[in-house]
Design a protein around this ligand. Sequence first.
Ligand SMILES: Cc1cc2nc3c(=O)[nH]c(=O)nc-3n(C[C@H](O)[C@H](O)[C@H](O)COP(=O)(O)O)c2cc1C
Length: 182
Amino acid sequence: MDAYDCVTTLLDIRTFDSKPVNSEIKLKILEAGRLTGSGINTQHWHFILIEGKDSLKTLADDSTTGRWVENSDFAIILLTNPKYGFHLIDAGRATQDMQLAAWSFGVNSCVFTGFREVNLRKDFDIPIDLNPTIVIGFGYPRRVTSGKTKNRRALGELVSLGKYGIRFDEETYRMAPTKHLI
Ligand SMILES: Cc1cc2nc3c(=O)[nH]c(=O)nc-3n(C[C@H](O)[C@H](O)[C@H](O)COP(=O)(O)O)c2cc1C
């Protein structure tokens, strides 16, 4: 799967098969997070790898919007340092890189951001200077997900041409991509 296929077919999946993800793939997913670029290359993040039924259940109990993580194969709690104004952007980039790396090996994932923070910090020994920003749960899908279309707004609703509000028409652009520059 090339990078474009990976991006365009990735879906966030919340039901997982019991087939375990092997440790080599887990290492590659962590490596994808490690290699992600961060603001001023601060690399202020920390990844807590969560494995095993008991820990995943604790994580699910500490969540308000990610109960499904209980049935994932493993999860990563992504901590970032809120003293950097860009820490949420960094978290998003590392998250997406890890999800895409996983998907390139056929491993699905989903994220959640709703926590019972006091409990989460206590259960996973999260230091006070780091922010529990997002949790990613991974696993093989229970059903085939490839080929499903994404529910997304059309390009014409999202893109402006040159200035905000100038209509971008995909078909016109395809036929004459430089016409508006003349
Ligand atoms: C910043 C962010 C926060 C999210 N928080 C949650 C969450 O708390 N719980 C959850 O189940 N999914 C969460 N999601 C997953 C989104 O619901 C999902 O990406 C979106 O519905 C698109 O899914 P699809 O790619 O399968 O179409 C979150 C996604 C993002 C990017």
